[in-house]
Write a protein that binds this ligand. Structure first.
Ligand code: NAP
Length: 290
């Protein structure tokens, strides 16, 4: 079994980006700039945004965090989005999800200028992804593809089972894995909560990508000997032995599954850092396209 090291891979990507930013600045131009809108005080969201800002600093990007009260209205948030759409100094921005219940996420996503949608959530970018046209691929699926590429994992002709059909992970990764690219060219099955015979399906997978948010759902008997397993799941569970009071648990029972796999990611240092690195890649792309 080989661990797919998202921390090391993402570090490599950040170094590559930092070199490009240095060249941009040396040419007398301003560096790329990412903005993040954070509504409310959800602990996980605050942490994600903090890490994204730190990543920007590391590669030499400018960054702006816009904090809004948990009681903010949809109209107020849409006004901020519109301002960012027009701001010449901002190349890309994200609105950290989830949003408070009084705000309709779809309305917000629809309001983002697709050219600045570095999360790749807008219909235009998702449409382009489906058509194989230039786009911003959403960060997590992009990070998974990058991980497969950098570890030279053979995907052509393989059976790839994706568990979970969310718009931000499951559906786009299923599209990417089935496209005529490398990595890609896999035969993809997209499974969800209504799928029958899930265990049999999983056991037939050469590549199993799990994004359902159910802790340790995938057990050893669901995994084929020699399979590649990508665990996207990240659920906070209380843990009094930790300073933070919680730990992250994946969708795969790592200890039981790891010895059956050729390659596997762990909940920590796996897909998460790759997601963050992909956001930087998309921001650089947004800058270059302008
Ligand atoms: P989501 O929107 O919560 O959707 C979950 C999906 O899983 C749905 O399609 C659901 O099916 C399916 N599902 C739920 N229970 C199932 C079951 N028992 N069997 C088969 N399918 C089942 O998912 P998400 O936003 O993609 O997030 C999934 C997990 O990935 C979460 O733990 C999240 O925190 C994590 N995540 C991690 C990163 C990262 O960077 N590491 C990024 C994004 C998400 P239905 O459609 O039928 O309801």
């Amino acid at each position: 079994m080989q661990l797919l090291d998202g921390t090391a891979c993402s570090q490599q990507i950040r170094q590559e980006i930092a070199v490009e930013v240095k060249a941009i600045v040396a040419a007398g131009k301003r560096p790329p700039h990412l903005a993040a809108v954070l509504v409310g005080d959800d602990g996980a969201s605050q942490n994600y945004v903090k890490m994204k800002v730190r990543d920007c600093e590391e590669v030499g990007f400018g960054s702006t965090t816009i904090r809004m009260d948990a009681s903010s209205t949809e109209t107020e948030l849409l006004a901020k989005v519109e301002k960012l759409n027009r701001d010449e100094a901002i190349d890309g921005f994200i609105v950290q999800l989830p949003l408070p219940p009084q705000i309709n996420e779809n309305n917000v996503i629809l309001a983002i200028n697709p050219k600045k949608d570095v999360d790749g959530f807008c219909p235009a970018n998702i449409g382009n992804l489906s058509l194989g046209l230039p786009t911003f691929v959403s960060a997590t699926p992009n990070g998974i593809m990058e991980l497969l590429k950098r570890y030279n994992i053979e995907t052509e002709g393989k059976h790839c089972v994706v568990l979970g059909r969310s718009n931000i992970v499951g559906t786009p990764i299923a599209v990417l894995m089935s496209r005529d690219t490398n990595p890609g060219n896999a035969t993809v099955t997209l499974a969800h909560s209504r799928t029958k015979n899930l265990k049999e399906l999983c056991v037939s997978a050469d590549i199993l990508i799990v994004a359902i948010g159910k802790t340790e759902f995938v057990t050893a008997e669901m995994v084929k000997e020699g399979a590649v397993v990508i665990d996207v799941g990240q659920t906070r569970v209380p843990d009094s032995t930790r300073k933070s009071g919680f730990r992250n648990v994946g969708d795969v029972d790592f200890e039981l599954v790891k010895n059956k796999c050729s390659f596997i990611t762990f909940v920590t240092g796996g897909v998460g850092p790759m997601t963050r690195a992909s956001l930087l890649q998309n921001t650089l792309k947004a800058y270059q396209r302008r």
